[in-house]
Design a protein around this ligand. Structure first.
Ligand SMILES: Cc1cc2nc3c(=O)[nH]c(=O)nc-3n(C[C@H](O)[C@H](O)[C@H](O)COP(=O)(O)OP(=O)(O)OC[C@H]3O[C@@H](n4cnc5c(N)ncnc54)[C@H](O)[C@@H]3O)c2cc1C
Length: 407
């Protein structure tokens, strides 16, 4: 009997975990617009000069080597539902018996004016390097002035990305940049702006409060209950009529499914794909959605969070669903196991919460370091990351402060 042809769109956490779990049981083709997988949880460390960009990227062909899966670099432009084929931007047409959509997410601006023109997102390596370059370029500008000119850097969004980014930026400024040019570094202001009443709303209130205090102790100015109305040139305007100078604005306030989802003619729920508990796209039994793209409803009646553990679990679950189909067994519903949340704020500062169990301070920080190295793909990346972190820890330096986007 010939193996079913499974085409997976996207080689992120969900797509790669599905491809690996399906293994040789199917004829698998993985499609991605990049030839590498990005470890998104450490992207902010690339943006703040702690890690080199290639430590958080892993070649997809290397990840698939032992699975028998094929790889095509490209992006889908349409699905032919009748003939069960997907067309790529290279014009290649790939037939499938099962299509898996796992293309992850993009920055959502929620209709706020000026975000795409005047703010930088942080959803891929390119954007992280852009933030690093912009920051270091502005710092070099500041070094030229020996007056009271100030540089204001604003992170919008008090979720884990905004918190981690602000803390790492504060440590970059207080450490290496002060050593490079004390006066210039003293003139950098870091703001974290959040529309809601507290940071990290997925954690209990005491951990949110602890996070705010930790950030403030690093010199970050935290503005809560502050809604951005418009990001303008070098300025942010707030809904209450006030404004803040911002030479560099990082938008970490929202995620949505990648824009290309709309090309696929699949039912959408908000900006994700309407997905049944079996992970099949509603009304399309041969098309599956996993990871950030899948709007699967959780126990609380809301779509599951867009986090790496959900993507990894769904990838593996999808493989087991295909095995059930092959055996003629009934499909099961996906059940998400919430493994808790963690966020790091700075050296020896982090928060961890697993249901009612909580950690903070150095123990939480070491737990965060350990888990992130564990989930990073590839021995080379793990060793390189540990080497960078060890160097940073003992020298208080961050060696990746290069501006590499211009001649
Ligand atoms: C900055 C940042 C920090 C995060 N930190 C954490 C964290 O600490 N903990 C946590 O649990 N979660 C974190 N997340 C969320 C987590 O990374 C996502 O939930 C997870 O990556 C989702 O997996 P996925 O496979 O659905 O998508 P992704 O891992 O994003 O993979 C999607 C893949 O699809 C590819 N792709 C996209 N568009 C196309 C296209 N048009 N054509 C072809 N290929 C395409 C991409 O190149 C990518 O390889 C973070 C996310 C970001 C952006």
């Amino acid at each position: 009997m010939s193996k079913p042809r499974v085409v997976i769109l996207g080689a992120g956490f969900a797509g790669l975990s599905a491809a690996k779990a399906i293994g040789h049981d199917a004829d698998v083709t993985v499609i991605d617009r990049h030839n590498y997988q990005t470890f998104l949880p450490l992207l902010y460390q690339v943006a703040t000069a702690s890690l080199a960009a290639d430590h958080v990227a892993y070649p997809i062909r290397g990840a698939l080597r032992k699975t028998g899966a094929k790889f095509r670099m490209g992006s889908p432009i349409s699905i032919d539902h009748k003939n069960k084929t997907v067309k790529l931007d290279s014009s290649e047409v790939i037939p499938f018996d099962h299509l898996v959509v796992a293309m992850g997410s993009a920055t959502a601006d929620f209709g706020v004016k000026g975000v795409s023109e005047h703010a930088l997102g942080m959803k891929n390596i390119h954007e992280a390097l852009q933030i690093r370059s912009e920051l270091m370029r502005r710092f070099e500008d500041l070094c030229r002035f020996e007056d009271d000119t100030r540089l204001s850097v604003v992170m919008v969004g008090g979720g884990p990305t905004g918190v981690e980014m602000s803390g790492a930026l504060a440590e970059l400024v207080r450490g290496p940049l002060q050593s490079d040019n004390f006066n210039a570094a003293k003139h950098i202001d870091i703001y974290l702006v959040e529309a809601g009443p507290r940071l990290l709303p997925m954690f209990d209130e005491d951990l949110s409060e602890r996070t705010k205090k930790d950030l403030e102790s690093l010199g970050v100015k935290v503005l809560l209950n502050t809604q951005v109305k418009e990001v303008a040139h070098r300025k942010i305007n707030f809904a209450d009529g006030t404004s803040l100078p911002s030479e560099l604005t990082v938008w970490a306030a929202g995620v949505k499914g990648v824009d290309e989802l709309t090309l696929l003619n699949l039912p959408l729920a908000g900006n994700r794909i309407k997905t049944d508990p079996t992970l099949q796209v509603s009304h399309y039994p041969h098309i599956w959605a996993i990871g950030d793209n899948a709007a699967v409803i959780g126990k609380d009646g809301r779509p599951l969070p867009m986090v790496a553990p959900a993507a990894l679990q769904q990838g593996r679950f999808l493989a087991s669903q295909l095995q059930r189909l092959a055996k003629g067994a009934a499909l099961k519903d996906f059940k998400y196991t919430d493994k808790g949340s963690m966020a790091t704020i700075g050296r020896h500062k982090a928060v961890v919460q697993v249901k009612k169990f909580k950690l903070r301070g150095p123990i939480a920080w070491f737990a965060w370091l350990f888990l992130h190295v564990l989930y990073l793909l590839g021995g080379r990346n793990r060793i390189a990351t540990i080497a960078d972190w060890t160097w940073n820890y003992f020298t208080f330096d961050k060696g990746n402060r290069h501006i590499m986007d211009s001649l």
